[in-house]
Design a binder for this molecule. Structure first.
Ligand SMILES: [Zn+2]
Length: 296
């Protein structure tokens, strides 16, 4: 089907309306079922394949629009962080990689964005990762943003919701990037100590140092269907222990069966589920409104 569409139909359309008017980004092939999807339909379905339910990765902006009531939220200015503290260079200079990602995602962007607003009427701060920005890797800037998000949640007496989509630590920042692991844990603890909800929505992929730090300690861990969540990659584990891993290893559903996540929720039901949880946690139940005033 895909071949017929890409090899036969697309060239015909291009020939009919002129090459430049039909860019390739009108279509997307589903990695789950290999169907070719019309991007406009896919966006209307929250980037979930209508044939097989594959959840495509989405950026922080789409995530905010989806989660906040009436898609209304206020973006939080990211804190300043040192760029390229180690003057790192692999095949290319780190600053060039940063610049390239910023050109693609917008000036001043990083692998995470923070916004606040209401979810189900409950004051909430959301920190969402952008996998498109250097694999959502966690460097100093991401750590700073997580600390800022936690502080803001405490200040506003709001819930903190973090949505990781990350390969892990940012290699180009060496030890400084690893230091963001305990730092992000302390940030999450700040919210917990203030007796505010800290919820993690595990999306594909949540791996490495991110899986092994703040993403693992949510009061409630929700995962999107099919998301890969784990510390080391399946191939590395398989080569180390020299055993074949079980079917679906490190996938959200497997983790649910083994008690590592609390629920697997389809993207289309995520906002309503989150709103319900937040209301349960934040609104006094069975008490008249005035009698509940003594609580949080
Ligand atoms: Zn599909």
């Amino acid at each position: 089907m895909a071949n017929w569409l890409t090899n036969f139909v697309l060239p015909k359309i291009r020939a009919a309306v002129g090459r430049k008017e039909v860019p390739d980004n009108l279509w997307k092939q589903c990695p789950g079922c290999e169907q070719t999807l019309f991007l406009r339909d896919l966006a209307a379905d929250l980037m979930v394949c209508r044939h097989c339910g594959h959840h495509f990765r989405i950026g922080s902006g789409e995530r905010f629009k989806m989660l906040f009531d009436d898609a209304s939220f206020e973006a939080v200015e990211p804190p300043r962080a040192p760029t390229d503290p180690l003057k790192f260079r692999d095949r290319r200079r780190y600053v060039d990689r940063l610049r390239e990602s910023q050109t693609a995602l917008g000036a001043g962007s990083e692998a995470i964005a923070v916004a606040h607003g209401r979810i189900g009427g409950v004051a909430s701060v959301v920190a969402a990762f952008d996998f498109a920005f250097m694999g959502g890797s966690m460097g100093v800037a991401v750590g700073e943003a997580l600390v800022a998000a936690s502080r803001l949640a405490v200040e506003r007496q709001a819930a903190l919701i973090v949505v990781p989509s990350s390969g892990g630590a940012r290699m180009q920042e060496g030890i400084l990037s690893l230091m963001q692991m305990p730092r992000s844990i302390l940030a999450a603890d700040m919210v917990k100590e203030a007796r505010l909800p800290y919820i993690v929505i595990l999306t594909d992929p949540t791996t490495g140092g991110v899986a092994a730090s703040f993403a693992a300690i949510g009061d409630i861990a929700i995962a999107e269907p099919g998301a890969i969540v784990g510390f080391a990659g399946a191939r590395v584990i398989q080569e180390t222990i020299r055993e074949t891993l079980p079917e679906g290893f490190q996938r959200a559903e497997y983790l649910l069966d083994h008690g590592m996540v609390d629920m697997v929720v389809k993207r289309g039901e995520l906002t309503a589920t989150l709103a319900r949880i937040l209301r349960l946690l934040r609104e006094p139940v069975g008490l008249p409104a005035t009698a509940g005033a003594g609580g949080a």
